[in-house]
Design a protein around this ligand. Structure first.
Ligand code: NAD
Length: 500
């Protein structure tokens, strides 16, 4: 890595902007050209202990703050994100390689979540129901849980953390957050909007560093009662095991291997638009990226031919260049991993249609770039058909009919997003019913969540929770049931009171 103006980044523990207790730092590179962008604290368990203590100390006052007042701070934070959107997008594009347009979209998702979560301060509804007994009522209300540990991936460095942190806060919890080591500044700038909006010290703490050092310490900390994680299935499993020993509440949002089924009656141009955007947007580095095209019957030749023509016109390059369609891969390790999958796919009998080589000359050779890559005739059940690549690689699997398409769609361990292109409403509805996934799109690409709808997946993509919409408010609260007996006498429930 070469060094230009290298920034030094910080943790935030309570009111203090601090480095790691032992002064260690980690390097953050720019994937566009390999240069050194910044150095972030390489924190350890000591820093986590301090952050958890700060969060614990802040919990009493924050949880006693009326929820509408908590929500107002989120509104102010949302307004600051609107003001700072461009500045944060510029940092994000350099740090993790997302194109500026997509970086702005990432921050807009957090802004939308701030509006939703802020308003939730005036809802956080409980239930009331009639009692079995006269002159008695029953109701529920929501209580915060305590200190929430938040661990996030690099590919949505602001949007995904906002899905977790904003609901956690409005529900009255305090937070210790470890942003990804690949995007520490983007994370810090998002958190700064909350601090500058008036969030009291200690309510949101940020500890930068590596997963096995900082993340693991958060997961194992006895004073962190609730954990929310977005990242790979392998790490999610480890976290769940450790958290299970502590009986912690855990939300896991993990990997995907998202299919698009194209039926012979589909509008091929529409499907091609959607597949290109789903497979190659954000260089395929989305948990919802279109990784598999399941082409039914004779549509396969038509759709692959059009995809190949169009993929060749996509421009790969700097995420700061508005003419570019596909930015870099986040780091060299991931670039090599992606290429390894392509080589394995070819070895297992797939046909390389386009892409498939790491650029070795010109500007692209200085960063971590990979061209849009399509492999045809990928065999169902092969490595490429089953494993998450997390790069701009589309595997085409040919099948004979709708039933086989559903079988192939469901053969993977994941179940996040999915899509079907067809003009037949009956087939569309059958796909909605039969695909094992948390999200199904009809005649639209697999990517593109909306903040007010639940987001998450089934099988190895998660453990049953959802982010977005109304669902995280349940996750971040405990329900208390209250019975009020105003009869003035002893009334006994769970006793056979019926005298007939
Ligand atoms: P990752 O699992 O390598 O890392 C995610 C986070 O976990 C990082 O902050 C990392 O430092 C931390 N971590 C690593 N090891 C840890 C450990 N032992 N204990 C605690 N924390 C640890 O994932 P990544 O490469 O950052 O992101 C890519 C993955 O995230 C892909 O699999 C993608 O599908 C998934 N993802 C899922 C969603 C979703 O909502 N389902 C959204 C975005 C990304």
């Amino acid at each position: 890595m070469t060094a230009g103006t290298v920034k030094t980044l910080f943790n935030r523990i309570g009111p203090d902007k601090v480095g790691a207790a032992d002064g260690r730092l980690l390097d953050v590179g720019n994937p566009s050209d390999g240069s050194l962008l910044s150095r972030a604290p390489r924190s350890s368990g000591v820093d986590v202990d301090r952050a958890v203590a700060a969060a614990k100390a802040a919990f009493r006052a924050w949880s006693a703050t009326p929820a509408p007042a908590r929500g107002e701070i989120l509104f102010r934070a949302g307004a600051l994100m609107v003001e700072r959107k461009e500045a944060i997008a510029q940092v994000m594009a350099r740090e993790m390689g997302k194109r500026l347009e997509e970086a702005r979209g990432d921050i807009q998702e957090a802004i939308d979540t701030a509006w939703y979560a802020g308003a939730e301060g005036r809802r956080l509804f409980g239930h009331t129901a009639p009692s079995e007994l006269p002159r008695k009522m029953g109701m529920t209300f929501r209580r915060p849980i305590g200190v929430a540990g938040v661990i996030t991936a690099w590919n949505f460095p602001v949007a995904v953390p906002s899905w977790k942190i904003l609901p956690a806060l409005v529900c009255g919890n305090t937070v210790v957050w470890k942003p990804s080591e690949e995007a520490p500044e983007s994370g810090y700038l998002f958190a700064e909007c909350l601090w500058d909006a008036g969030l009291p010290a200690g309510v949101l703490n940020v500890v930068q560093g590596y997963g096995d050092e900082v993340g693991a310490a958060i997961v194992d900390h006895p004073d962190v009662q609730v954990l929310t994680f977005t990242g790979s299935t392998a790490v999610g499993r480890k976290i769940y095991e450790t958290a299970g020993r502590h009986l912690k509440r855990v939300s896991l949002e993990l990997g995907g291997k998202n299919p698009v089924i194209v039926m012979p009656d589909a509008d091929v141009e529409l499907a091609v638009d959607g597949i290109l955007w789903g497979a190659f947007g954000t260089a395929g580095q989305r948990c919802t990226a279109t990784s598999r095209l399941i082409a039914v019957g004779d549509v396969g030749d038509r759709v692959v031919a059009r995809l190949a023509e169009r993929a060749k016109t996509l421009r790969v390059g700097s995420p700061l260049d508005p003419k570019v369609d596909i930015g870099p891969i986040v780091n060299e390790r991931q670039l090599k991993r992606i290429h390894g999958y392509v080589e394995k796919g070819v070895a297992e009998g797939a046909t390389l249609v386009c892409g498939g080589a790491i650029p070795t000359e010109g500007e692209l050779a200085t960063g971590w770039y990979y061209p849009p890559t399509i492999l045809d005739h990928v065999k169902a059940g092969s490595t490429l058909a089953l494993e998450e690549v997390f790069g701009p690689v589309l595997s085409v699997i040919r099948v004979a009919d709708f039933d086989e398409a559903i079988r192939v769609a469901n053969e993977v361990q994941y179940g996040l997003s999915s899509s079907i292109y067809t003009r037949d409403v009956n087939l569309a509805m059958r796909a909605v019913e039969l695909i094992d996934a948390g999200i199904t799109y009809v005649n639209a690409p697999t990517i593109g969540a909306e903040a007010h709808f639940p987001f998450g997946g089934v099988k190895a993509t998660g453990n049953g929770h959802r982010e977005g919409g109304w669902m995280p408010y349940e996750f971040f609260t405990e329900v208390k049931t209250v019975y009020i007996d105003y009869s003035g006498g002893l009334q006994r429930a769970q006793i056979d009171n019926r005298n007939d």
